[in-house]
Design a protein around this ligand. Structure first.
Ligand code: URA
Length: 245
C-alpha cells in the first residue's frame, strides 16, 4: 500500500510518469475511442440499482473490525456495464477520506494508465478486495478478506466484465485463490470463476500502481503497459501509440 515518500522523489516520479503514461494517441484516430457501447439501457439501470444496494450494505457493514475504524467505506465506482474491472487491495487514507477508490497518488497513476489505454475512468469499474481502510495501510488480514470478499464477488457478478485487471499480489492471489507471487502471475491471462454455470472471466494480473510508484523503473512501467496492451488486444480495442507530445 501507499507509504509517505520524500517530496523530490514524488516530483521526479510525477514528471517521469507524465511522460510515460500520457501522450498516447490511438492508431488512426485523433480522439480517444467513444465510451463502451451501452447494452440495453434498462439492464444498465437495473445493474446500477443492484450496485447501489451493495454500496448501502457496505456503508453499514461491521463484519470485521475495519468497519468501526473507517471514515468512509469505499465500495467502488464506475460503469455498471464496464468491459474492464480494475480490482485493487483496499482503500488508503485519501480513499477513506473521500469514500472513493483510487483517488490518491496510486489512483492518479491508475488514471494515467486508463487514459493511456484510450479509455476514461467512467468507462471502467474500479473496486477493491477490502472496502474499508486497514490501519496504517497494513496488508489485509485473511479474516478481513473473507468477510469482505462477497461484496466484490457480487459486484463482479452484476457487472460481468469481460476482463478483470487484478492490481497487485493481494488482488491477484485472492481472486485466483493462489499463493503465487505477482511476478509469476502478471503478464498472462488467468480465469476467474464467478460461480457454477457461469463462464470464467479472463483475469490479467499486473503490478499495483502503488508498487509501481515505490519500485520505479522504466522496466516496471513497460511491464504494466505490456499487460494493458494484452487487455486491449483481447477486447479488440485499438492500442494507442506511445506518441510523446
Ligand atoms: N490502493 C488500493 O489498492 N485501492 C485504492 O482504492 C487505493 C489505493
Amino acid at each position: 500500500m501507499e507509504k509517505d515518500v520524500d517530496i523530490n522523489k514524488v516530483v521526479r516520479q510525477h514528471l517521469e510518469m507524465e511522460q510515460f503514461f500520457t501522450g498516447f494517441v490511438p492508431k488512426g484516430k485523433t480522439n480517444p475511442p467513444e465510451p463502451q457501447e451501452q447494452d440495453d439501457g434498462a439492464a444498465a439501470a437495473e445493474a446500477q440499482k443492484q450496485l447501489e444496494k451493495i454500496n448501502e450494505e457496505v456503508g453499514r457493514c461491521r463484519e470485521c473490525g475495519l468497519g468501526s475504524l473507517r471514515t468512509n467505506a469505499v465500495p467502488g465506482e464506475g460503469n455498471p456495464n464496464a468491459r474492464i474491472m480494475f480490482v485493487g487491495e483496499g482503500p488508503g487514507a485519501d480513499e477513506d477520506a473521500q469514500g472513493r477508490p483510487f483517488v490518491g497518488r496510486a489512483g492518479q497513476l491508475l488514471d494515467k494508465v486508463i487514459t493511456a489505454m484510450g479509455l476514461k475512468r467512467n468507462d471502467v469499474f474500479i473496486g477493491n478486495i477490502l472496502k474499508c481502510r486497514p490501519p496504517e495501510n497494513r496488508d489485509p488480514r485473511a479474516d478481513e478478506i473473507i468477510s469482505c470478499l462477497p461484496y466484490l464477488q457480487r459486484q463482479i457478478e452484476i457487472i460481468n466484465p469481460e476482463i478483470i485487471v487484478a492490481l497487485g499480489a493481494h488482488a491477484a492471489r485472492t481472486l485466483l485463490n493462489t499463493t503465487k507471487s505477482i511476478g509469476q502471475l502478471r503478464g498472462q491471462f488467468h480465469e476467474y470463476y464467478a460461480g457454477l454455470g457461469r463462464p470464467p472471466i479472463k483475469l490479467m494480473a499486473t503490478y499495483h500502481t502503488a508498487y509501481l510508484l515505490r519500485n520505479y523503473s522504466q522496466e516496471n512501467r513497460k511491464r504494466v503497459w505490456e499487460d494493458m496492451q494484452k487487455v486491449l488486444t483481447e477486447l479488440g480495442l485499438p492500442i494507442p501509440e506511445h506518441g510523446r507530445k
